[in-house]
Ligand binder design. Structure first.
Ligand code: 3PY
Ligand code: MG
Length: 238
């Protein structure tokens, strides 16, 4: 799966991303301006154009996780997981019984405001994607235990935060980062976990995708737009 992060407040951009053939869009509430009201419109736009909507919340916050799923998102992504306990709390917040204890309301958008059959709603809800980000030294040190936790789908390495935590902020192409990414991906593969990450160069994105990072997010919508505009300006004025 290939997708992009999104920091737009314009749902038409989300809809356009869907028509582009991208597989998913990560609606970023950690570093973006997306309110819950905007989120509902973005999720609807994603559905219209057939792209999966994943919400990155600000952290392991049961209310935020439940609320993103109530909005009808196809999945939630939780940043900065450092311990197995945090991973378990994330699973608990994202799943209904028996996998967790997510707050229940069957009149939310995800349940089509009460028109979905209850059994179907609860069953489908527990199949939504849960992506956990490991992006710090503590998370790497606790990786074996985090990987033992049941109920999440993708282990996502956040290269920027990870580079900062090992003292080389922003140097995501540094050989030390390569080593760490390899180490984490070997461990995740051994445990049968799917891998995800972020890249902001096409060469790196391609390399990682073909290395088995099957949930690959490339850049941010607004930056893609900015770079396209820059290169148009340059080409025309050449
Ligand atoms: C990181 O690189 O730290 C992320 O969270 C993904 O952009
Ligand atoms: Mg990060």
């Amino acid at each position: 799966m290939i997708g992009v992060f999104s920091k737009t407040t314009d749902s038409n951009l989300i809809e356009a991303l869907g028509y582009s053939g991208m597989d998913f869009v990560i609606l970023d509430q950690e570093h973006g301006p997306i309110t819950n009201e905007t989120l509902h419109n973005h999720v609807r736009a994603a559905k219209v154009s057939g792209i999966k909507s994943i919400v990155r919340v600000k952290g392991v916050d049961a209310n935020a996780i439940g609320s993103a799923l109530d909005a009808g998102a196809d999945g939630v992504q939780i940043p900065n997981i450092s311990t197995a306990e945090e991973a378990k709390s994330a699973v608990n917040a994202a799943k209904f019984y028996p996998a967790g204890s997510r707050g229940v309301c069957r009149f939310v958008k995800a349940a089509e405001f009460g028109s979905k059959a209850k059994e179907e709603y609860f069953k489908n809800a527990n199949e939504k994607m849960l992506i956990l980000q490991v992006e710090g030294k503590e998370g790497i040190n606790n990786l074996d235990k985090i990987l033992e936790v049941q109920g999440f789908d993708v282990l996502f390495i956040g290269p920027y935060d990870l580079s900062q935590s090992i003292g080389i902020p922003g140097q995501v192409e540094h050989p030390k980062m390569d080593e760490l990414m390899n180490e984490v991906s070997e461990k995740a593969k051994c445990k049968g976990k799917r891998l995800g990450t972020f890249a902001d160069s096409i060469t790196t994105a391609r390399k990682l995708y073909h290395k088995g990072f099957e949930y690959l997010s490339y850049s941010v919508d607004l930056n893609i737009f900015l770079e396209a505009a820059q290169s148009l300006k340059n080409e025309i004025s050449e």
